[in-house]
Design a protein around this ligand. Structure first.
Ligand SMILES: NC(=O)c1ccc[n+]([C@@H]2O[C@H](COP(=O)([O-])OP(=O)(O)OC[C@H]3O[C@@H](n4cnc5c(N)ncnc54)[C@H](O)[C@@H]3O)[C@@H](O)[C@H]2O)c1
Ligand SMILES: O=C(O)[C@H](O)COP(=O)(O)O
Length: 530
């Protein structure tokens, strides 16, 4: 299979080369497309590589019928409708490491440029003026820098600021005070950060909670003359509130790299202030960072398209190729168990319980859990179900997914037992591996058996009476259906019922199934193709 990848924003050459080196990947680089142009061509692509400029909206995804993966060469994914991608089973990944030093360095450069009026000095000098007196600045040594968001970039910016002998105070609700102190910074509340900072630099992700977080109320709490550095994402600072704060002199200067609308509209009102300096979203724009993120995203997209290996996904847990390889036989078993349970169960599914008994190594079983859910949902829903959207679809349908584990797998080395409860019934299937990779179903509800879960399978609930198996054999023989394998399940505790589990060489027609169900007495037949 050949996978087509579209690169729709400017991407480092080294990344493009990686795509080109793959025999089974075709890459097209088409930047600066209008939303309409992009919508027209997106249907043919399996992978899409973007930065901030491409807006991956629901409308675009509506047309992206073959798209499996969106790769963001950078960090912020607020230009991508991640929920919609998830619902459609499209993986979204970013490159969290490649541009962080570059961006922290940009924030520090912006702070220094702002405090020493470097852009203003350049402009006035080129304009023929010698504004030496007017453009006097101030030192940053011993001043207090407030860092909002102490993740990858915030912590590097704080480290560089410590090198400039600044006092660094930090607000981050997730990072522990110990970790902030270890970096020789002081953890504080957000209000305290506003009250004490001479400079504030913002390094939070753009999410619902951080949209316009630096607003009128925040500015009101800040020190008079505070200088603001904003190199995170547009929309975190309320630009109207910043305008008012600059006008009142509450904010003494702002260095802005990112804007609510990019590029900002003509006559953008923040440009009227001399003490506002700007860059056109250059935070990540160094040769080093662009090579890093381009290479990272190309590798990640190639790995996912070719081998389903997930790295740095923002909408599904990451799994390395090695772990996937180890778990692969369990994943296949789990998928089949889910499919069987889907066909055994009647009514609305309420919950799925997965028990892992015995030895599964130290692996995170998330891919196995997802495979059970995929198998369970696939026969029931219209959407394509995969590892990306399965948890989302289960949640949307109100299905609880529970897991437990124990060391005791009875006579097996490892045993997966899945119990599906609906509003009408409860069904249980257990499966294991024979050897390292040969999947077997060893229990269906009250019956112990042993059957490979693949091919054309019929599960026939009988009364345990003489001649019954002969009748089934005769019906199939009369219709020229060859039985490849037959297992009779033993009821536990021993009772009057049994189940016959058949694998046939050819699919069973409706006529055969009707006969099996009614002749000469009623049986329950569940037919599945796995
Ligand atoms: N200007 C650019 O070109 C450029 C380049 C790279 C990254 N970025 C942006 O920089 C930002 C930071 O990136 P990162 O890699 O450091 O992310 P990160 O995920 O490593 O760190 C973000 C930190 O913010 C914290 N946080 C979340 N909500 C918060 C809140 N309400 N208040 C305080 N802290 C909060 C998180 O706990 C986390 O520690 C992102 O918005 C990213 O998109 C911009
Ligand atoms: O979040 C990011 O990585 C930055 O905002 C960089 O965006 P860009 O790749 O569009 O320059």
């Amino acid at each position: 299979m050949t996978y087509k990848v579209l690169v729709s924003d400017k991407l480092g050459e080294a990344g493009i080369k990686l795509f080109e080196q793959e025999n089974d990947i075709e890459v097209d680089v088409k930047t600066d497309l209008s939303p309409e142009e992009l919508k027209e061509i997106i249907g043919q692509y399996h992978g899409l590589a973007v930065r901030s400029a491409t807006k991956v909206t629901k409308e675009l995804l509506d047309a992206a019928e073959n798209l499996r993966a969106i790769g963001r060469a950078g960090i912020g994914v607020d230009n991508i409708d991640v929920d919609e991608a998830t619902r459609r089973g499209i993986i979204v990944m970013n490159t969290p490491g490649g541009n962080v030093v570059t961006t922290a360095e940009h924030a520090i450069s912006m702070m220094m440029a702002l405090t020493r009026n470097i852009p203003q000095g350049t402009a006035s000098l080129k304009d023929g003026r010698w504004d030496k007196k007017k453009l006097q600045g101030r030192e940053v040594m011993n001043k207090t820098l407030g860092v909002i968001g102490f993740g990858k970039i915030g912590s590097i910016a704080a480290n560089r600021a410590r090198g400039l002998k600044m006092n660094v105070i930090v607000y981050d609700p997730v990072v522990t005070p110990e970790n902030i102190k270890k970096a020789k910074c002081e953890p504080v509340s957000l209000d305290e950060l506003y009250e004490r900072s001479d400079y504030i630099t913002i390094h939070v992700p753009k999410i619902k909670k951080t949209a316009n977080m630096i607003n009128k109320d925040a500015f009101a709490k800040m020190k008079d003359g505070v200088m603001l550095i904003h190199c995170a994402r547009g929309g975190i600072v309320d630009e109207d509130a910043l305008y008012d704060a600059l006008k009142m002199g509450k904010v003494g200067g702002a260095a802005i790299d990112v804007f609510a609308t990019e590029p900002p509209p003509e006559g953008f009102k923040l440009f009227e202030f001399d003490n506002v300096i700007c860059t056109p979203h250059l935070g990540a724009s160094t040769a080093e960072a662009q090579t890093n993120v381009a290479v990272d995203i190309a590798r990640q997209l190639i790995a996912y398209l070719k081998s389903d290996t997930i790295q740095n996904a923002v909408n599904v847990p990451s799994v390395s190729g090695k772990v996937l390889e180890e778990l692969d036989p369990f994943i296949r078993l789990a998928d089949r168990m889910g499919r069987m349970l889907s066909q055994l169960s009647e009514g609305h599914i309420k919950s799925v319980e997965i028990d892992y008994d015995g030895n599964f190594g130290d692996n995170d079983m998330a891919p196995v859990r997802t495979a059970v859910v995929c198998g369970l949902l696939e026969p029931l829903v219209l959407d394509d179900v995969n590892a990306v959207n399965a948890p989302y679809l289960a949640k949307e349908k109100g299905i609880k997914v529970l897991e437990s584990s124990s060391d005791d797998a009875q006579e097996f080395i490892n045993l997966i037992t899945v119990t599906v409860k609906t509003d009408k019934d409860t069904n249980v299937v257990s499966g294991t591996l024979f050897g390292k990779s040969d999947p077997r179903i060893v229990r269906i509800n009250d019956f112990r058996l042993e059957m490979r879960p693949s091919g054309n399978l019929a599960l026939i609930h009988n009364m345990d009476i003489p001649g019954e198996i002969g009748v089934i054999g005769t019906i199939l023989g009369d219709h020229k259906v060859n039985i490849a394998r037959m297992t009779v399940g033993q009821e536990e505790p021993e009772g009057e019922r049994n189940i016959v589990f058949l694998r046939t060489d050819t699919p069973l027609t409706k006529e055969v199934l009707d006969k099996l169900e009614t002749y000469p007495r009623t049986r329950r037949v569940i037919y599945m193709e796995l």
